[in-house]
Design a protein around this ligand. Sequence first.
Ligand SMILES: C=C(O[C@@H]1C=C(C(=O)O)C=C[C@H]1O)C(=O)O
Length: 255
Amino acid sequence: MDFTKPETVLNLQNIRDELVKMENSIIFKFIERSNFPTCPSIYDPKHSNLSIPNFEGSFLDWAILQLEIAHSQLRRFESPDETPFFPDKILKPILPSIEYPQILAKYSSEVNYNNKIKRIYIDEIVPLISKYSGDQAENFGSVATRDIELLQSLSRRIHFGKFVAEAKFQNNVELYTDLIKRKDVDGIMKNITNSAVEEKILERLTTKAEVYGVDPTDKEGERKITPEYLVKIYKEIVIPITKEVEVEYLLRRLE
Ligand SMILES: C=C(O[C@@H]1C=C(C(=O)O)C=C[C@H]1O)C(=O)O
């Protein structure tokens, strides 16, 4: 897939191959995060010991913003497959613009699910994959670093739904034009859903997770990340939000 060559990007098989490649990185990042406890303090915007001068938000929010300010100047968010968590605060690149060809609709950067991804990550994923519940102050920096790596990978995977949606639209303009004109959200959701592909993803995830050794050691009282947890995260969070991205992108496609 080459973002300077639209035909390589809007090929549904190429997109699916890219989503498979992302699984490995996401699994390894989950394993890394599972070595730490939940560390709820880093997600608390009003935490007395972690407040940052002149910044409204949690320690994690502040860390994500600092990284995005740096990476935006390295041109990270010019790439059509990168979606910032703080789109209003990033800076212009210092490097010259690459001028990627327009692959997605002009409004595509407005389809940004990162706030939802972050909220669900904190509320549902962290409690599931962490070693135990509680703070570990000496690791607040490491945990924030692991969280940012994971959130960026989950964001890229989920927002890939825009490329999937554009490819599906171009493969069946008449069908989607009719559904969009009638604002048939259920009809769009039904038509973008491919249960066979979803099933294959979940089966492969189980195998990969077992191979990569997420099977837990028997340490007393420690929560464990298991293949079942990884499948549950994909089945109940990653895939459904990817489809929400597809539907929202398509609903505006005739603008
Ligand atoms: C990504 C696609 O669209 C949908 C979402 C999927 C996912 O998030 O894994 C898989 C299949 C589809 O239901 C696709 O068709 O490949």
